[in-house]
Design a protein around this ligand. Structure first.
Ligand SMILES: Nc1ncnc2c1ncn2[C@@H]1O[C@H](COP(=O)(O)OP(=O)(O)OP(=O)(O)O)[C@@H](O)[C@H]1O
Ligand SMILES: [Mg+2]
Length: 257
């Protein structure tokens, strides 16, 4: 049984049907990347999983439990285990780096202050920003803000990490850096990751498996290699429109070290 299962999920907003029939499995421990064009429903998929949006029909199962029918007050325990890095990092400008990270922790966990401080320090260490607790979001570059957003997610010690466009708006070096970080966290924290992106650099780098969504369903899924090799027109059009030259990726990775 997969850790997360979408079964026959339908989701519409008025006349706009986002998902007609979504079937998708996410295996425990894998890094799955969801690709697809703008407006195809990638963010909606993540929000459905953590109950910020509700399915119209079908079901979502997490760890053997059908969660799509849970009342709002029971979603807290799911959101404790499934942490999301929102599209655009979304830090609070009026809170320090420390308070941005503890904000989510206070909401979900009752922890002694020392434990809280230790978690913040450890999370910042993981994302390569040790000792930045007293800084303000406005003092950080966009790439650093993304990493603080990521620190906020991992301070929860989640079992599943959801990344919504973690590299959008970053320059190529930072794209490579964040991608490396996703791989590093995947290996060192033993998490399951779902990464939403339309950046093929990042998708090919971080994924164990990829799934492409279009017109309300999964149109292709497989390993990065299978994506590279397929002659499926719908996939080729997307990849060729979004992929870098192979050597670009290698050059970038070398430059990051
Ligand atoms: N709360 C909402 N109310 C109404 N429509 C919505 C809502 N959320 C999403 N939509 C619509 O659902 C569709 C899918 O949105 P979604 O944000 O999932 O796209 P996406 O694949 O994440 O796109 P992008 O790559 O631009 O982030 C879009 O047409 C969007 O306008
Ligand atoms: Mg989105």
């Amino acid at each position: 049984m997969a850790l997360i299962e979408f079964r026959g999920v339908r989701k519409a907003f008025g006349p706009k049907v986002v998902y007609r029939h979504l079937d998708l499995d996410v295996q425990e421990g894998e890094a799955l990347t969801i690709i697809g064009g703008s407006g195809q429903g990638k963010s909606v998929m993540l929000k459905l999983l953590i109950g910020l949006l509700r399915v119209d029909a079908g079901s979502i199962t997490y760890d053997g439990e059908v969660v799509s029918e849970l009342p709002e007050e029971e979603y807290g325990r799911i959101r404790r285990e499934v942490a999301m890095l929102f599209q655009g990092a979304a830090l609070f400008d009026s809170l320090s780096v420390r308070d941005n990270i503890t904000y989510g922790l206070r909401e979900h966990h009752q922890l002694p202050e020392e434990e809280m401080a230790a978690r913040v320090a450890e999370a910042l260490e993981y994302v390569g920003l040790p000792g930045t607790e007293e800084m303000w979001p406005a003092d950080l570059s966009v790439g650093m803000q993304k990493r603080v957003g990521l620190a906020r997610a991992i301070a929860m010690k989640p079992r599943v990490l959801l990344y919504d466009e973690p590299t959008t708006g970053l320059d190529p070096i930072n794209v490579a850096r964040i991608s490396e970080l996703i791989i590093h966290l995947q290996q060192s924290l033993d998490v399951t990751s779902i990464v939403v992106t339309h950046d093929m650099h990042s998708a090919f780098l971080v994924s164990d498996r990829m799934a492409m969504i279009q017109s309300g369903r999964v149109v292709f899924s497989g390993t990065p290699e299978e994506f590279r090799q397929t002659s499926e027109p719908i996939v080729r059009d997307f990849i060729d429109g979004n992929a870098p030259e192979e050597e670009d990726t290698e050059t970038l990775l070398r430059s990051v070290g």
